[in-house]
Structure formats: structure tokens, C-alpha cells
Design a protein around this ligand. Structure first.
Ligand code: NAD
Ligand code: TDX
Length: 332
């Protein structure tokens, strides 16, 4: 039985991965999570005790990290400060967790010779014009726009340097925008779904022309497992499911699914430096490792996600009013 150490496993994508890995492998999973505002114990409720352990702690804590990495076969590193809007108002935690935290983990992985998989984002490549026929590939130059994406880019470069200089046994994946259950209500899709449930009109930044390339969190998890099992050490793999939609289309789909008029949203102040478009070419992962996404119907995936938020109000309700109060101060 493989022993996985999953950092950030109480967050959105990390918790989806933990469920996916326990359901689809016989691995033992230990989660290391600091439980920032973004971590949620309820996302990990009911997991089998003989195959799952939870450690509350900081990835910047070198002594704690060293002991956990020494005892793991594979580290899957999800922990991060992840929200662009927060990074524009208070960048410091992004430097601490995304840069120093990653450094702390790869130092331990190098010392113990532990296999390391680094989770990153398509945002490290900057953005594309709406009419650009190209999509991001593994050789697109790095050009991050926000404090969040620049710290993720920095963490990727640390991992690459540790592979080359120290022989770190690492792979990297850069994924597009995820949606699905357990996503914090600060993020675009759950914010709008829970707004509609609360009788608040969805909030679109600017004209809503910005394009994101949506992938279901389960497809992200299956891709990460594939890379852990079959990926080549030192390689980067882009993960995407050909899900490009502009924000206005997504809001309209949510409104339709929730029985509201398609124009029942507000346009609010745009995000400073707002990336226009992300689009992923995931052919390397499909061609070399044989991965394919399973959630090809975005409208169905969105409908399932609306249902999940309707059915799991206990999960998101405690975060909702504080999140909206923060957005209100920002005029968003
Ligand atoms: P999230 O904000 O929902 O979860 C982050 C988790 O990390 C939380 O549980 C939090 O408590 C934990 N954490 C934060 N700082 C920590 C620290 N110092 N020590 C230990 N734990 C800490 O984030 P997410 O959306 O699930 O993103 C997970 C990863 O996937 C991130 O690395 C992010 O860059 C990457 N990613 C996200 C997306 C997306 O669409 N959300 C897309 C591509 C890549
Ligand atoms: O209320 C909103 N209205 C709105 O129009 C919010 C919260 C967002 N938006 C827009 C901004 C973006 O164009 O929706 C789009 C998606 O916004 P976010 O959910 O904040 O995601 P994004 O900034 O695209 O980044 C996400 O995908 C890449 C994750 O948060 C990152 O962690 C990941 O790296």
C-alpha cells in the first residue's frame, strides 16, 4: 500500500483528490493542512480510519514537514493561498505559503529521496487574447500577472531547479480552472450559486468577457494520479478538458439552471490586472500518459454542482456572510 502525503487536503481540490484516491486506489492518505479560512474539516468527514490520517500544521514548519515526508512514499502538494482577489489586497501570505512552504517541502523530499508531485496552475503563463488561435502548452513562456500567479510561478521554478540541481524526483502539473463540490464560496461559480440561493444577484466582474477553461475537480484528480503513476521525472504536464467559456455564459447557465431570468445579474468593479483568457492544450498528457477527462458535459457538471450546493448548505453557510462582507468593501 502506497503512503501519500497530501498537503492542502482540506481545501477544494485537495479534498476532492483525497476522496478520489481513497475510492480508486488502495493507498493510505495523510493530509497536512493548516486550516486557514480555506480549509474545511467537513470536506474530509467519514473517511476510513485505517486508510486516512489528518495532521493540522503549516507546510513552512520544517521539523513537522521533515518527519511527515520521511514517512511518505509520495508527496502530493496542493497547499497554497489560492485566491487572486485576496492576493491583490494582502500578498504576504502568498509568499509565505506558496514560496517558502514549497521550498520547505522540496528540501525534505530531497533529503529523504521522496517522490514529489507539485500542483500548479495555468495562470503561470499569463493570459491570451480572445481571438488567439494558440493555447498554453508545456513550452509557453512564464508570464504571470497577479501576486497569486507570480508566487505559483516561483514555486514551479523552485521545483524545476531542485530537479536539475539536486535530482529531486518530481513532476509538475499546471491545471485550468476547477469546479465541483467543496469549493469555497469566495470563488466565481460557488459564489454565484450561493448568491442565487440567498436571493442576491450574481456579480460579474466588468463585462464578463473573460474566458476560463473549466475542468471538473474529479478529472483533475484522475490526471494527477495518472502523472504520479506514469509521469516522467522532471516533466511538466498541462491538465485541461477543453472547457472554455466566458464568465457571462457561465452566470447565464447558473441562472437558467436555478430558474432565474438570464439577465438577473449585476456588473461590478473589474479585478485589477484581470487576465483575459486561459486555454490549455493537454495533448502531452493525453498522448504520452493516455489520460482522458470523463466530465465532458460542462452544463451537466454545473447542474450537479448547483445541486451539491443546494444539498450541502451546512457546509458553505458558515463562510458566506463573511465572504460577501469582504467583497462589499471592495465594491464587488
Ligand atoms: P483552496 O484555497 O481551496 O485550499 C488550499 C488549502 O491549503 C486549504 O485547505 C488551506 O487550509 C491549506 N493551506 C494554506 N496554507 C497552508 C499552509 N501554510 N500549510 C498547510 N496548509 C495550508 O485551494 P484550491 O483551489 O483547492 O487549490 C489547491 C491547489 O491547486 C493550489 O496549489 C492551487 O494553486 C492549485 N490550482 C487551483 C485551481 C483552481 O481552479 N482552484 C486550478 C489550478 C491549480
Ligand atoms: O464574483 C466574481 N465575479 C467574477 O466575474 C468572482 C469571484 C470572479 N469573477 C471572475 C474572475 C475570473 O475571470 O470569474 C473568473 C473566475 O474567478 P475565480 O473563481 O476567482 O478564479 P481565477 O481567478 O480564474 O483563478 C482560479 O483558477 C486558477 C483559482 O482561484 C486559482 O487558484 C487557479 O490557479
Amino acid at each position: 500500500m502506497q503512503k501519500l502525503l497530501v498537503t492542502g487536503g482540506a481545501g477544494f481540490i485537495g479534498s476532492n483528490f483525497v476522496h478520489y484516491a481513497l475510492d480508486n486506489t488502495d493507498a493510505h492518505v495523510t493530509v497536512l493542512d493548516k486550516f486557514t479560512y480555506a480549509g474545511n474539516r467537513r470536506s474530509l468527514a467519514g473517511l476510513p480510519e485505517d486508510r486516512f490520517a489528518l495532521v493540522e500544521g503549516d507546510i513552512c514548519d520544517a521539523a513537522l514537514v521533515d518527519g511527515l515526508v520521511a514517512n511518505a512514499d509520495v508527496v502530493v502538494h496542493y497547499a497554497a493561498e489560492s485566491h487572486n482577489d485576496n492576493s491583490l489586497h494582502d500578498p504576504r501570505p502568498f509568499l509565505d505559503t506558496n514560496i517558502i512552504g514549497t521550498y520547505t517541502l522540496i528540501e525534505a523530499a530531497r533529503k529523504h529521496g521522496t517522490r514529489f508531485h507539485h500542483i500548479s496552475t495555468d495562470e503561470v503563463y499569463g493570459d491570451l487574447e480572445l481571438d488567439d488561435p494558440e493555447r498554453f502548452t508545456e513550452s509557453t513562456p512564464y508570464n504571470p500577472s497577479s501576486p497569486y500567479s507570480s508566487t505559483k510561478a516561483g514555486s514551479d521554478l523552485l521545483v524545476r531547479a531542485w530537479v536539475r540541481s539536486f535530482g529531486l524526483q518530481a513532476t509538475i502539473s499546471n491545471c485550468s480552472n476547477n469546479y465541483g463540490p467543496y469549493q469555497h464560496v469566495e470563488k466565481f461559480i460557488p459564489r454565484q450559486i450561493t448568491n442565487v440561493i440567498d436571493g442576491i444577484r450574481p456579480k460579474l466582474y466588468g463585462a464578463g468577457e473573460n474566458v476560463r477553461d473549466w475542468i471538473h475537480a474529479n478529472d483533475h484528480s484522475s490526471a494527477v494520479l495518472t502523472i504520479i503513476e506514469k509521469g516522467e521525472i522532471g516533466q511538466t504536464y498541462l491538465i485541461g478538458a477543453d472547457g472554455e467559456r466566458n464568465n457571462k455564459e457561465v452566470v447565464e447557465l447558473i441562472l437558467k439552471e436555478m430558474g432565474q431570468p438570464s439577465d438577473a445579474y449585476d456588473q461590478v468593479i473589474d479585478r485589477p490586472g484581470h487576465d483575459l483568457r486561459y486555454a490549455i492544450d493537454s495533448s502531452r498528457l493525453r498522448r504520452e500518459l493516455g489520460w482522458t477527462p470523463r466530465f465532458s458535459d460542462f452544463e451537466q457538471g454545473l447542474a450537479d454542482t448547483v445541486k451539491w450546493y443546494r444539498d450541502n448548505e451546512d457546509w458553505w453557510r458558515p463562510q458566506k456572510s463573511e465572504t460577501e462582507a469582504k467583497y462589499k468593501v471592495q465594491g464587488q
